[in-house]
Design a protein around this ligand. Structure first.
Ligand SMILES: Cc1cc2nc3c(=O)[nH]c(=O)nc-3n(C[C@H](O)[C@H](O)[C@H](O)COP(=O)(O)OP(=O)(O)OC[C@H]3O[C@@H](n4cnc5c(N)ncnc54)[C@H](O)[C@@H]3O)c2cc1C
Length: 493
């Protein structure tokens, strides 16, 4: 006799949403977490909790954030983020590769799923400051990313853990799933290692929600390519591709952008894996208001190609491809006030100088003469006749440079000047397994593997090349909920 109706592998956002949905269907649920309790929650714990959701105006925001004050409403332009906008963003940033059926589910269920999470005990607030700048006394949200969980990623995982425990969901820490038990026609459970003991746990359905392969340097090099072993990992050290491997060992079909990943600009001297005491603060996301120079003293990318949300996830790769895998972000005092909080942490590699010449000498590893030439050419190329506005794509750009900046271009001439050293920080991998719209895993004959479901990072087919900020949590929540519901229903058959 099976011990559990549903076994969920993992204890991040996708796993908790699966577990809560399965429990809601009346299933007995066991969650397995490889990490010890203090490191539990996977990458979800490392996030800012920013979550992309469709909303049609302030009333929808009020539904998600019931304690929004009248003063906040009066001083905020939330705008809208319609289904069409979310569809367009997914199509554009993935270069039309994203699976339309999976995208449709993520987009159309996003609002409803966040309301469901709120009913389970997750609280959300608007992301003032990072996603809206105050101009003329009013905040204006931009880039489709408007709410975050209270307490960020740690808050999200804590609220989800509490919600699960309150509903009698069993959660075993330091229990790593090793293999799936499979009789050739359906799933029968999971083989696990816990306390140096290997044992078998019986379950009628299994939901794999145990992340991608970002923490596995061997797989990174194998699939993302040479050099990716040198990237820093932004989050958990526990996501080694186990879920993908376990599923493929019993015939699951691989899917998606296996050579692609989400990777950002990240503090150059950050540790190998994320540090929960620092969280996501090693990231350096105010580059749209800066310029980025490499060891040769040259600019390498259009820092202002789009809002931060639509470029940050692909610019880590750009930095990884530079000589020495580093670059410096350069700011002057005109834009310093736009720097996000992460620039103020103690663990930064930062230089400050009163002249550009002094800065050139302080940027370690950079060709100083070429750097001075770059600044001089850049300053001359800025269209200062166009007004600067960080809340919109202002088209204040450079012209006639080998690499132009399309928006938010400001001359660099107001001392003191600042440089921040960044390298590539890998967030999560895009390749995964193939699922149906019920989140059931398909085999290489495109038949469902009975009793096996998947959600979160290890689902392939959603993200290619790039990613609209805040969609990882949305994807995990929507597909986790679907997977949990499907797994619970299947366990009754
Ligand atoms: C620094 C950082 C900031 C981010 N910021 C955001 C953000 O603000 N908004 C956003 O949408 N996304 C953000 N992301 C991306 C986001 O974290 C992920 O897309 C999302 O959390 C993935 O959820 P998940 O549940 O699939 O995986 P995870 O949250 O990583 O959970 C995987 C779980 O599986 C466990 N596990 C792994 N292998 C096994 C095994 N064999 N047996 C048992 N358990 C196992 C892990 O310990 C973990 O608990 C960020 C990521 C990082 C690293």
């Amino acid at each position: 006799m099976p011990e559990y109706d549903v076994i969920v592998v993992g204890a991040g956002n996708a796993a908790f949403c699966a577990a809560l949905a399965a429990q809601e269907e009346g299933a007995s649920v066991l969650m397995l977490e490889a990490a010890p309790e203090q490191e539990s929650g996977g990458n979800s714990r490392f996030t800012a909790g920013s979550i992309r959701v469709v909303y049609n105006g302030v009333d929808d925001i009020k539904t998600l954030v019931p304690d929004l004050t009248e003063a906040e409403i009066a001083t905020t332009d939330f705008g809208t983020y319609t289904q069409e906008q979310f569809f367009d963003d997914m199509a554009r940033v993935t270069q039309h590769r994203a699976d339309p059926d999976l995208v449709e589910l993520m987009v159309t269920r996003s609002f409803d799923t966040l309301c469901w999470m709120r009913d389970k005990g997750v609280r959300f607030i608007p992301i003032y400051g990072r996603q809206a700048f105050k101009i003329d006394g009013k905040f204006k949200f931009w880039g489709g990313l408007t709410v975050e969980s209270v307490g960020g990623g740690p808050g999200l995982v804590n609220m989800l853990t509490e919600a699960a425990k309150k509903r009698g969901i069993e959660l075993r820490y330091q229990t790593r799933a090793l293999d799936l038990l499979y009789n050739g026609s359906r799933i029968e459970g999971v083989r696990v290692r816990s306390n140096e003991q290997v044992s078998e746990l019986r379950g009628k359905s299994v939901v794999l929600a145990c992340g991608g392969f970002e923490s596995n340097s061997e797989w990174r090099t194998r699939y993302l390519g040479p050099g990716w072993d040198l990237a820093k990992v932004r989050g958990t050290r526990f996501n080694n591709g186990d879920g993908i491997r376990m599923a493929m060992d019993i015939g699951a079909s691989p899917r998606g952008n296996w050579s692609g990943c989400h990777a950002v600009q990240w503090e150059m001297n950050a540790p190998e894996f994320g540090d929960l005491a620092v969280g996501d603060q090693f990231q350096k996301h105010s580059y749209p208001f800066a310029i980025l120079v490499n060891a040769n003293g040259k600019r390498v990318v259009d820092e202002g190609a789009d809002f931060r949300n639509y470029t940050y996830a692909k610019y880590g790769r750009v930095v990884l491809e530079q000589p020495g895998q580093f670059a410096w972000q350069i700011f002057d005092q005109k834009v310093k006030h736009l720097q996000r909080d992460e620039y103020k942490i103690r663990q930064v590699t930062k230089v400050v100088a009163n002249t550009i010449e002094e800065l050139a000498q302080k940027l370690e590893g950079v060709n100083a003469q070429q750097f001075l030439n770059t600044i001089s050419e850049y300053n001359k190329a800025v269209r200062t006749d166009i007004a600067f506005n960080p809340n919109v794509k202002d088209a204040r750009r450079t012209e006639h440079l080998a690499v132009n900046k399309s928006n938010w271009a400001n001359t660099i001439d107001a001392p003191p000047f600042e440089g921040y050293a960044v390298t590539c920080g890998l967030t999560f991998t895009f390749g995964g397994v193939r699922i149906t719209t019920e989140a059931e895993v398909l085999n290489t004959d495109y038949q469902p593997i009975r009793g096996l479901y998947a959600a979160g990072e290890l689902v392939g087919g959603l993200f290619y090349f790039n990613y609209p900020g805040g969609s990882g949590l949305t994807s995990g929540a929507v597909f986790g909920r679907i997977a949990g519901t499907s797994a619970a229903r299947a366990s009754k058959n």
